[in-house]
Ligand binder design. Structure first.
Ligand SMILES: [Fe+2]
Length: 269
């Protein structure tokens, strides 16, 4: 059997019946088996938490409780099988503005598997730069991982890579979807593939996640992404984004910028 690094995935929708991902425990187990076969050893499930649509604290409580119960049912089923990833629970938080993020940043039941990190999406059509969201997360003493920046529609006239660079300067980590490297989102957002590769060249891919949505959206493969990166001489970047950095995030460890010599080498190559 091929030896692969122990991939970590903390962006996926495999909690059964809570969002637009897996609908049943059986579907979730299928997804987990195939991800394990591709080398994923640790998986933090991230159901959508649509903060602007949960208008009250009680609504937030109910949603998080519902997600936790569904996750526990899945965890029980996973405990009865071998050769599946180790599971944790988080959320993909839709927070387009600072006000949304302030509502959840203080909660200990929100974050990636009990870490201080929040996986945040701004919404597919960006309104401005959303820098206020990053600043609010950092001010709350937490870490922000921006979900799939390569897939957003940027305001007209904005340079996507320059906006992303600024987000990183403000302290955000950038999470690219595995499928972006293999053209999975070509129909939805044609520029996502070129952007993902441009981010690699600039050393801006902090994390690679699957954004796996279960059987109704097939074709998401962490192994294909890893192989595509290796084929372009980017194995070190792939391992950093699929093993090292996601591990550091989940363990709340500091993250160093890669050695500048390494960055310029990868930008040349
Ligand atoms: Fe997602």
């Amino acid at each position: 059997m091929r030896h692969l690094p122990p991939f970590i995935d903390f962006h996926n929708h495999i909690v059964p019946g809570v969002d637009d991902g897996c609908a049943t425990v059986a579907e979730s187990l299928d997804a987990l088996r195939s991800l394990y076969a591709e080398g994923v050893r640790t998986l933090v499930a991230t159901p959508h938490l649509l903060v602007p649509r949960l208008g009250t604290e009680a609504a937030l409580d109910r949603e998080l409780e519902m997600q936790r119960r569904a996750f526990d049912r899945l965890a029980d089923a996973v405990a009865r099988e071998s050769d599946l990833p180790v599971l944790g629970l988080g959320q993909e938080i839709w927070a387009p503005d600072a006000e949304s993020v302030r509502r959840i940043a203080g909660r200990t039941d929100v974050g990636l598997d009990g870490s201080r990190a929040l996986l945040i999406e701004f919404g597919f059509d960006l309104r401005g730069t959303h820098e206020d969201v990053i600043e609010a997360v950092v001010a709350a003493g937490r870490r922000i991982v921006v979900a799939h920046p390569e897939r957003y529609r940027y305001p007209s006239g904005a340079n996507a890579l320059a906006v992303m660079r600024r987000w990183r300067e403000l302290g955000a980590l950038l999470q690219v979807n595995a499928g972006s490297f293999t053209g999975h989102y070509r129909d939805h957002r044609p520029e996502s593939e070129a952007r993902a590769w441009a981010m690699v060249a600039e050393g801006m891919v902090d994390i690679i996640g699957t954004d796996h949505h279960g059987p109704r959206r097939v074709g998401v493969s962490p192994l294909e992404a890893y192989d595509a990166l290796c084929a372009r001489g980017e194995q070190a970047a792939a391992e950093r984004a699929m093993v090292e950095r996601p591990g550091q995030v989940l363990r709340d460890e500091p993250i160093e910028e890669p050695d500048p010599a390494v960055r310029s080498r990868s930008a040349d190559g």
